[in-house]
Ligand binder design. Structure first.
Ligand code: G3D
Ligand code: MG
Length: 217
């Protein structure tokens, strides 16, 4: 990793090109939202990612919790502010506040709950409409893969792959970032930090893409 020391979880280490993605000594604050139907595992995923430093702040006004988490990449610092909805009864009234300023999202469904899968496109529409910046990176997260062998009726993986390809193509062509599918388990911890890692790369790529496009040639 370019000789840069990090405090990332071990499966967060990759060939991430820190030099290219983050200007030296940069400080970054990213707002990440975790969205998806109730009970898909949003809070569990946030708790897993943040681990023992988990320190929730509840905002009763918008019915959402957030936690902050700092990752150091050498002289670069990424501060995450991670939001998830606590309940959704009056969500329509607060969605503007919830989404505003978001840099990226984990869009989560539960592989044992078909309704949570069917609703994904509505969530994408919401996110892209209400964050005030238009299309922003998101990762499709198929959660509860520890239940794969449970005998429960599962959402076929090909459905999720099909949906991912559709949005991936559209967003690569138009917005400069890709859309990935990742299978996770908040119960076992599998791939949780990987999901944040992939999202972070896509956010950084989109930001660089915008900066490079704005530079006079
Ligand atoms: P939400 O924040 O999206 O509403 P929660 O979802 O994080 O509250 O999770 C809802 C329920 O699903 C919880 O069960 C939680 O333990 C469970 N859950 C979350 N992620 C996983 C996972 O990866 N695997 C399994 N098997 N269960 C998961 P309870 O029973 O506490 O309500
Ligand atoms: Mg929750």
């Amino acid at each position: 990793m370019n000789g840069v020391t990090t405090n990332l979880p071990s499966d967060f280490e990759t060939d991430l090109d820190v030099e290219f993605l983050f200007p030296k000594d940069s400080r970054t604050l990213w707002k990440i939202v975790l969205i998806g139907n109730g009970a898909v595992g949003k809070t569990s995923i946030r708790r897993r990612f943040i681990g023992h430093g988990f320190n929730p702040v509840y905002s009763a006004t918008i019915g959402a919790d957030f936690s902050t988490y700092v990752v150091n990449l050498g002289s670069r610092e990424i501060k995450y502010q991670i939001w998830d909805l606590a309940g959704q009864p009056h969500f329509s009234e607060v969605r503007q506040t919830f989404y505003k300023g978001t840099n990226g999202a984990l869009l989560i469904y539960d592989i044992t709950n078909r309704d949570s899968f069917k609703n994904l496109e509505n969530w994408i529409g919401e996110l892209w409409e209400h964050n005030m910046k238009g299309p922003i990176p998101l990762i499709l997260v198929a959660n509860k893969i520890d239940l794969k062998e449970s005998g429960l009726n599962l959402v076929p993986r090909q459905y999720a792959e099909y949906l991912t390809r559709k949005y991936d193509k559209k967003s690569r062509e138009n917005y400069g970032f890709g859309i990935h599918l990742i299978e996770t388990s908040a119960r076992t911890g599998e791939n949780i930090s990987m999901a944040f890692q992939i999202l972070s790369i896509q956010i950084a790529v989109q930001q660089r893409f915008k900066q490079l496009r704005m530079k006079p040639s």
